[in-house]
Design a protein around this ligand. Structure first.
Ligand code: SF4
Length: 243
């Protein structure tokens, strides 16, 4: 990674406002390209089927059509998302799908959403990273999305030996839609209903206001929060995480 990247990496908030859209696209492509040169096939995109992931997926495909990805899905994803996922996987067979299909307690999302996310999202993500031999995973995380997303870097190593690249960290929501429109990239039909952040059906609502993630986990302690894939260890065993 170049020295310039490392220096500005520390000043994310300034870059959010100072770089224009074209410069951000250029920067994101450069981040993916340089990281891909370093990691090759061990670089994999995590595709959540949301708008941000689709920008990252398209940027990655511009860098190299060979770049692989994975989708973590759950039994609670809305039918629109499942339909959209099937279409995307048919279009890009290099997208692998991971899920947890064993029985879990009824309504675990209501009684213990942290545990539910851990079982249905974090564990399959951990499995994807292991089975696909990932040393660098690429995400669509953005620092302006909500209160839980302000403390990230474009390149980080929260798990030892597992680099995380957040190539659109400094993009505004508007710029995400700008990119999708300019590149004519299809999106999940739920966005037409007013959703701004997509998740599982019981835990996602249409929301308004400044916080994009305000519609997630409404009425629980996780409101506007995280499923855990960005906050929990991904290299450790399931037993440790559940302890
Ligand atoms: S988003 Fe809700 S339903 Fe989906 S895994 Fe998390 S708690 Fe469970």
């Amino acid at each position: 990674m170049s020295a310039e990247t490392l220096v500005v990496n520390g000043d994310v908030k300034r870059l959010v406002e100072e770089l224009n859209f074209a410069k951000k696209v250029e920067r994101s492509l450069r981040l993916i390209r340089e990281t891909y040169e370093q990691y090759g096939n061990r670089l994999v995109v995590a595709n959540s089927l949301g708008k941000d992931s689709h920008v990252v997926w398209d940027l990655a495909k511009r860098v190299s059509p060979e770049i692989r990805g994975f989708i973590v899905t759950t039994r609670f994803k809305p039918s629109e998302t499942k339909r959209f996922m099937r279409a995307e996987v048919a279009r890009y067979p290099e997208l692998r799908v991971f899920s947890h299909d064993e029985p879990i307690p009824d309504r675990l999302y209501a009684t213990d959403p942290d545990r539910c996310c851990d079982v249905l999202k974090v564990q399959p993500t951990r499995r994807a990273i292991e089975e696909m031999g990932v040393d660098c995973w690429v995400t669509g995380l953005r620092c302006t999305e909500g209160r839980t997303r302000t403390d990230y870097r474009e390149i980080e190593e929260r798990d030892e030996g597992l680099v995380k690249l957040n190539p659109i960290l400094i993009w505004h929501e508007r710029e995400v839609w700008q990119y999708l429109a300019l590149r004519q990239i299809p999106v999940n039909a739920l966005y037409a209903e007013g959703y701004r952040s997509l998740g599982c059906a019981p835990c996602s609502r249409v929301s308004a206001g400044g916080d994009e993630r305000a519609g997630r986990w409404i009425g629980t302690s996780k409101c506007g929060g995280e499923c855990g894939i960005h906050t929990r260890p991904l290299r450790t065993s399931g037993e440790l995480v559940h302890g």
